[in-house]
Design a protein around this ligand. Sequence first.
Ligand code: CMC
Length: 392
Amino acid sequence: TGYITYDPGFVNTGATASSITYIDGEQGVLRYRGYPIEQLAQHSTFIEVSYLLIYGELPTKQQLEEFANRINRHTLLHEDLKRFFDGFPRDAHPMPVLSSAVSALSTFYQDSLNPFDTESVELSTIRLMAKVPTIAAYAYKKSIGQPFLYPDNSLGLVENFLRMTFGLPAEPYELDPTMVKALDLLFLLHADHEQNCSTSTVRLVGSSEANLFASISAGIMALFGPLHGGANSAVLEMLERIKADGGDVDKFVSRVKNKEDGVRLMGFGHRVYKNYDPRAKIIKQTADEVLSKTGGGDELLDIAKRLEERALSDDYFIERKLYPNVDFYTGLIYRAMGFPTRFFTVLFALGRLPGWIAHWREMMSDPATKIGRPRQIYTGEKQRDYKPLSER
Ligand code: CMC
């Protein structure tokens, strides 16, 4: 009491203890529950990693099947929730649509309101894992005026999501295994990243004992911003602008270095990584694979590579330890898969969902948890006396 630490952006404040994700920003190390991200990327799947993050251990074959089956049984949205989509303008950004629909889950499942009822928390966990992909696909369908497709529960989570997003009722949807694998990998790589802005938001909201749906809905809105999840869309917009400007990478880097109009090299820099983001390394390879298959976006990939090379050899970026982060290449892959730019951040949300859930659950079961309530350094007026309106 009496002494308050001033730490804007919580750069040096450990707000919680957590056993979910380990990051060594200097070395570029990322581990989920102790497992290196490189090993998980190579051998695991998004659904298995979701289980690992939420329950703490890799599942047995049976546990994994049960988890996947339970999720599959909850993929449908309540028909009344479906009508929510009619109320949004057609050109609405899909992130607030996603957040609103997740928020509305609290009204459909009022059994979720007690955050300490373990059975209902478990059910809310499964409902979120199952319904968020359906909501996301509907948000997309709404934006292009196509009919919603009901989930096909014979498919896995990623396959189902791709089919609901790109399929049409009138014709069978053929899943492309390269796309399925790439999207599964991208979700896996985004699945958790300890106390980032959206996860901290989920925790802060949840610390007031708000339920899981309410907390995740808030997390989705934190992810919306261009400095966080919105960066993947912003990278692509930046690459498009450079392309329209004749592909002049040097000119763009000069603008960034001169801080012209506050322009930043999107997809570069990270609060924690002062080295190459290990996720970016894995993604760069996937970008090559997917783009060589679809043939789309080659010119933008070329610009991205030249931009990266140019930045990595420039003193401005070297001095500040700015390296490509997870989002530098993801946008190119999403674009090659056929997702519109505005939808990229929704894909980030789908990937981050198990991480948010894991953190909320960890916090709720931690006896040390207290309501999040930061202090401030007051810089306003000293006490002064009220003046009647006639004297002002
Ligand atoms: N381009 C140009 N300069 C940069 C960049 C960048 N992308 N990032 C940081 N800097 C500079 C910044 O101007 C500052 O320089 P100076 O000391 O001369 O003022 C210095 O580097 C330190 O930056 P900071 O803003 O204090 O760093 P931060 O830890 O507060 O910000 C960040 C981290 C990720 C918000 C920032 O690097 C950034 O804005 N990057 C671009 C957006 C982006 O790619 N975000 C995705 C992050 S990864 C996925 C996620 O977590 O959502």
